[in-house]
Design a protein around this ligand. Structure first.
Ligand code: FAD
Ligand code: 2HG
Ligand code: ZN
Length: 489
């Protein structure tokens, strides 16, 4: 979808169009490899198009600074000249927030990618925003530590990108949110000034905790250039089990049992419905599913601890109980690292599998646990009623509407896999999904943010006073609104 397919959005005339004088300025502060310009052969598609291939902008210029000073000079100039800018990390965001809508300049953090410091006693890591999450974690592994969050896009997403989106990921239930683990940030404000709290301490109650404003701000009030984060010791023993469960009530029962029996070693509790596994099966082709028979629901449980024997005994006792009372119908436990990766693959590959048929409408919501799966059922009913659903009927736009997610955090992912993006399907689902979530007092964005997709729907999860205060903050720090326009609010 290009901006033209959204008649409700028009390019704001307050923004200047890029001129030769602007290029002269950028060339004076950046070297050749730090500037990418669209040409007849190069449409900068990698930077203009999002991961889902759902949103497509028309930027003609990508800037890739290598220093904080350069980021500051770029923003000051753009602010003075009223040139709109989209900060971009690994471009793996799932709400259309990381790509331009019109001709905004892309400010890519890819080349600001150095580890700055690591203290092996406190476990505090300081790094540039553009460090890829997997690289940060590999670096920490060498020192016996682990990055306190993990997600399927780890090979591409940036540390600064996950901070800007306040991403949750697969181990939030163990290590908590970035609002707790991030200790300090370095942020360049739209006027070029640098806010630096990189030397932050674990405890510091002197005044407002300003960094929190930027965690989850999706590039709308500042560009994150540095992150200081508290990292925990890397677990010496990790177990993963993959279980078949007969009902969603059963999933909740297993969750309670897992918390009781595994307590401090529980590090992930993920669930998947059968339809999501069918999509993954199509995508993973030759790989055999971990469980031979089909079950309505599957659960992936990970434990992380420091003593393998202790953890094995706990997991065994938990599984015995859950299978004896019939909550868990079948299950496997990974015997080595390869099997462990393979079990995770059946969970982590769902986002990609669900868009392999052409496109996907993604809804990332928080709901009370008892209601979590009811949204998937309601969406399926609605799509069927409207005659849009046809698993094997190629004349119908929707292939499948599947549910999975982070049960431990009350976070559901509803993925509606389609043959191609269409207004008809979008209209059937929006605002239906948001109304449903709001009626259950949930949140319309649990962890992916608002971006472009949800900017008109913030009212379903935030009240008027909250939205007014968000707007005030935006106006205060970005009075010319140059940072990531057309998004968020
Ligand atoms: P981008 O996509 O480039 O940008 C995201 C937003 O942040 C944009 O608004 C952008 O303007 C802004 N931004 C980026 N960098 C900066 C910066 N340095 N300063 C200021 N603003 C910036 N999310 C979860 O929460 N949990 C998951 O489990 C999860 N799994 C995923 C799995 C897959 C396969 C994929 C593709 C995505 C997944 N996500 C998940 C989505 C998640 O939002 C992103 O992966 C990640 O948070 C974005 O990082 P990024 O560096 O790619 O940022
Ligand atoms: C996940 O948990 C991510 O895998 C992506 O948050 C979810 O693609 C999605 O909808
Ligand atoms: Zn998720």
């Amino acid at each position: 979808l290009t901006a033209e397919s959204y008649p409700s959005v028009q390019r704001l005339t307050q923004f200047k169009k890029l001129s030769p004088e602007d290029m002269t300025f950028f060339q004076s502060i950046l070297s050749g490899s730090e500037i990418l310009q669209a040409t007849a052969d190069e449409d900068l598609a990698l930077f203009n198009e999002d991961w889902m291939r759902k949103y497509k902008g028309q930027s003609k210029l990508v800037l890739r600074p290598k220093s904080v000073e350069q980021v500051s000079q770029i923003l000051k100039y753009c602010n003075d000249q009223k040139l709109a800018v989209v900060p971009q990390g690994g471009n793996t965001g799932l709400v259309g927030g990381s790509v331009p809508v019109f001709d905004e300049i892309v400010l890519s953090l890819t080349q600001l990618n150095k580890i700055r410091d690591f203290d092996p006693v406190s476990g505090i890591l300081k790094c540039d925003a553009g460090v890829i999450l997997e690289n940060a974690d590999s670096y920490l592994a060498e020192h016996g530590y682990i990055f306190p969050m993990d997600l399927g896009a780890k090979g591409s997403c940036h540390v600064g990108g996950i901070v800007a989106t306040n991403a949750g990921g697969l181990r939030l239930l163990r290590y908590g949110s970035l609002h707790g683990t991030v200790l300090g940030l370095e942020v360049v404000l739209p006027n070029g000034k640098v806010l630096n709290s990189m030397n932050a301490l674990r405890k510091d109650n002197t005044g407002y905790d300003l960094k929190q404003m930027f965690i989850g701000s999706e590039g709308t009030i500042g560009v994150v250039t540095g992150v200081s984060i508290l990292t925990p010791p890397r677990p010496k023993a990790v177990n993963v089990s993959f279980l078949g469960v007969g009902s969603y009530e059963g999933v909740q029962k297993v969750f309670v049992q897992a918390k009781q029996e595994l307590s401090e070693i529980l590090s992930a509790f993920e669930f998947m419905d059968l339809k999501s596994q069918k999509l993954a099966k199509q995508h993973l082709k030759d790989v055999a599913h971990p469980l031979e028979d089909e079950y309505p629901f599957y659960v992936l449980i990970e434990t992380s601890g420091s003593n393998k024997e202790h953890d094995d005994a706990k997991l065994e006792a938990f599984l015995e109980k859950a299978m004896d009372d019939g909550t868990v119908l079948d299950g496997v436990v990974a015997q080595d690292e390869t099997e462990l990766r393979n079990l995770w693959e059946w969970r982590e590959s769902i986002p990609e599998s669900s868009q392999a048929g052409g496109g996907v409408y993604k809804y990332d919501v928080s709901l009370p646990l008892k209601d979590l799966y009811s949204l998937v059922e309601a969406a399926n009913e609605r799509l069927a009623e409207k005659g849009l659903l046809g698993d094997s009927d190629a004349t119908k736009p929707v292939i499948s509407a599947v549910g999975y997610g982070h049960v431990g955090d009350g976070n559901l992912h509803l993925n509606v896999a389609v043959r191609e993006y269409s207004k008809e399907v979008e209209k059937a689902l929006e605002p239906f999904v948001y109304e449903f979530v709001s009626s259950k007092n949930g949140s319309i964005s649990a962890e992916h943010g608002l971006g472009f997709q949800k900017k008109n729907y913030i009212g379903y999860s935030k009240n008027e006073q909250e939205v007014a205060m968000i707007k005030q903050l935006k106006n205060l720090y970005d009075p010319n609104a140059i940072l990531n326009p057309y998004k968020y609010v």
